[in-house]
Design a protein around this ligand. Structure first.
Ligand SMILES: NC(=O)N[C@@H](CC(=O)O)C(=O)O
Ligand SMILES: [Zn+2]
Ligand SMILES: [Zn+2]
Length: 427
């Protein structure tokens, strides 16, 4: 049955807002016009903003094996609540999707329980141990979206080169968590002023940038598409910028927390500020913003990494790395970037929709007639504090508790189905 969204404000090419009606049927956007008056279920959304559904190519859904932290069902409900209609799931699960059988099993779970589209990553190496490549072709046929060992860096340059050559041959993407373990020194916060002041063990910036520098050269030599996860340092931004100038097929993402926080913003030595890579210096954060604005950084991904309260209460040194992000990404970025004129609404929407879609050839992320009806309705005016108690994710681990934000999604439609509506279900 068709749905008509009445009085939706959508972005024009020029980045202005214009009011339209939209007709959705059989999972597609059938019509966008000034007025549509037909017999159908109508939702008057009263001038609220409508965007193509957001795409997050970096989330941890934890299933299988980590269901106490998150499941495919809860993680994708959190996605829907945050306005995301497509998420790519990282393979650092137990077991790792490193064989055709495991990938098929994961696909089955996704088909049975996901609330939004889930694109599963397969691992680059067996068990993410960095020793032996997985069956790329078999995994791709079984539905792997791309290949990554996120959670750990591929330590050996030789192993990464083999992975890239295989990926290049078949047109696959290599997505990399960049971290040289020999440069981490058991750190758990950024190796900078904050670490020094508080006598905490620091993770040097070079642990990330050295891997990126290595990998862009390997990407050049192999000719594969190489994508950098959660870029966090100014040196990393410079390396990617230079590599792009040299014509290397490299792209990268940044997470909201690295754009909005730096190490000195840590109000306390609190493990809700602990993630990998860590919150770096203010100069690093500024370089990330500059890199995003000049196109060095291609898009935004949350790195939604839920952990239990119990795990996170172990103190900064022992607690696991990671924070949740799906339910707060848009309100945080809208309030702190768009409202403060750091970027335009159109730019922010592009970083969350069309940019990731184009790079990974998803054919999603655009509001147009004939497109799959993935969309999110957002209240740009209502202000509310971030309250982890209201999260539908099992993970409540966020450093943004208490931040006042506008830009809350109120209705999310994925493939023409309503997957989230404010006030229905939990919170
Ligand atoms: N980002 C994190 O701090 N943690 C991630 C792992 C990762 O993204 O590398 C996790 O799986 O918890
Ligand atoms: Zn990672
Ligand atoms: Zn991650």
């Amino acid at each position: 049955m068709a749905i008509i969204l009445k009085n939706a404000n959508i972005l024009t090419e020029e980045g202005n807002l214009k009011q339209v009606d939209m007709k959705i049927d059989e999972g597609k956007i059938i019509q966008i016009a000034e007025k549509i008056d037909e017999e159908a279920e109508q939702f008057d959304i009263q001038g609220k903003f409508v965007s193509a559904g957001f795409i997050d190519l970096h989330v941890h859904l934890r299933e299988p094996g980590g269901e106490h932290k998150e499941t495919i069902a809860t993680g994708t409900l959190a996605a829907a609540k945050g306005g995301f209609t497509t998420v790519a799931a990282m393979p650092n699960t137990m077991p790792v999707p490193d064989s055709v059988e495991r990938m098929e099993n994961l696909q089955k779970r996704i088909n049975e329980t996901a609330n939004v589209r889930v694109l599963p990553y397969a691992s680059i190496t067996i068990g993410q141990k960095g020793k032996e490549l997985t069956d790329f072709e078999g995994l791709k046929k079984a539905g792997a979206f791309a290949f990554t060992d996120d959670g750990v860096g591929v330590q050996s340059a030789g192993m990464m080169y083999e992975a890239m050559k295989l990926a290049a041959k078949n047109g696959y993407s290599i997505v990399a968590h960049c971290e040289d373990n020999s440069l981490v020194y058991s750190g758990y916060v950024h190796d900078g002023e904050f670490a020094k002041k508080n006598r905490l063990k620091g993770i040097p910036s070079v642990s990330e940038s050295v891997h990126i520098a290595r990998d862009v050269l390997l990407a050049e030599a192999s000719g594969c598409h190489y994508h950098v996860c959660h870029i966090s340092t100014k040196e990393s931004v410079r390396v990617v910028r230079d590599a792009k100038r040299a014509g290397i097929n490299v792209t990268c993402e940044v997470s909201p927390h690295h754009l909005l926080l730096c190490d000195e913003d840590m109000k306390a030595i609190d493990s809700n500020y602990k993630m990998n890579p860590p919150l770096r210096s203010k100069e690093d954060r500024d370089a990330l913003i500059e890199g995003l604005l000049d196109g060095t950084i291609d898009f935004i991904a949350t790195d939604h990494a839920p952990h239990t309260a119990e795990e996170k209460s172990k103190g900064i040194e022992l607690a696991p790395f990671g924070i949740v992000g799906l339910e707060t990404a848009f309100p945080l970025l809208y309030t702190n970037f768009v409202e403060k004129n750091v970027c335009s609404l159109k730019q922010l929407i592009e970083w969350l929709t069309i940019k990731p879609s184009k790079i990974f050839k998803l054919n999603l992320g655009q509001l147009k007639e004939g497109a799959i009806a993935d969309l999110t309705v957002i209240d740009l005016h209502h202000e509310e504090e971030i309250n982890p108690e209201t999260f539908v994710s099992k993970g409540k681990n966020t450093p943004f508790s208490g931040w006042k934000c506008k830009g809350w999604p109120v209705l999310t439609i994925a493939g023409g189905q309503i997957v989230w509506k404010k006030g229905e279900g939990q919170s």
